[in-house]
Design a protein around this ligand. Structure first.
Ligand SMILES: [Ca+2]
Ligand SMILES: [Ca+2]
Length: 158
C-alpha cells in the first residue's frame, strides 16, 4: 500500500513538468549619484592665517558598490590676481557620512586632487545625506590684492 502512494506522487510531478515553461524576469532602477545644494561662493574679506569657512552640500549615490568623492584645486592655492605663483595655502577637509578626507592646496601646482572611495549604504542611497567641506587658511598672506581658487567637488558611482 505504501509503495503504491510513492509511485503515484512521481507520476504527478512528471506530468506537471511537462506543462512548465520558463519566464525571464528583468528590471532596472535608474542610477542617481551626485551632490546638490552646494554653496558655491566663499569669500574671506581680510585673508589671514587660520581663517576658516564651511561649505555645506547634500550627497546621494544609490550604487550598491558605493561611490568615489574627489576634491580638486584648480590653482593649487588661493592665487594672487597679480601673480599666480604668489598664493596663500589652505586645506579643504571633507566630511559626509562614511567619507572623511583632506585636500592640501599650498604649493600652487594646478589641478591637484584628493579622493576617497566608500561602500554603498542605505543612507547614501536614500539621499539628503548632509556633508561639509571645512576650508582653513594655512599660510600668512604677504601681498595685497585679491585671491581666488576654484575647488571642484566630484562624485562618481563605483
Ligand atoms: Ca597655480
Ligand atoms: Ca556599481
Amino acid at each position: 500500500m505504501k509503495k503504491l502512494i510513492v509511485l503515484s506522487a512521481i507520476a504527478a510531478l512528471t506530468s506537471g513538468a511537462a506543462l512548465a515553461d520558463s519566464i525571464n524576469l528583468g528590471a532596472a532602477v535608474q542610477s542617481v549619484c551626485g551632490v546638490s545644494n552646494t554653496e558655491t561662493v566663499k569669500y574671506f574679506p581680510a585673508l589671514a592665517l587660520g581663517n576658516s569657512a564651511t561649505v555645506n552640500f547634500n550627497l546621494q549615490c544609490n550604487d550598491v558598490d558605493g561611490a568615489t568623492i574627489s576634491l580638486t584645486t584648480s590653482e593649487g592655492h588661493l592665487q594672487n590676481s597679480d601673480n599666480e605663483d604668489m598664493g596663500v595655502g589652505y586645506t579643504a577637509a571633507l566630511s559626509a557620512g562614511p567619507f572623511a578626507f583632506t585636500l592640501t592646496a599650498d604649493d600652487g601646482a594646478n589641478d591637484q586632487s584628493a579622493s576617497q572611495s566608500q561602500a554603498g549604504t542605505a543612507a547614501l542611497a536614500a539621499g539628503g545625506l548632509a556633508g561639509t567641506i571645512l576650508v582653513t587658511v594655512t599660510q600668512t598672506p604677504t601681498w595685497s590684492g585679491t585671491y581666488a581658487d576654484t575647488l571642484t567637488l566630484g562624485i562618481t558611482a563605483n
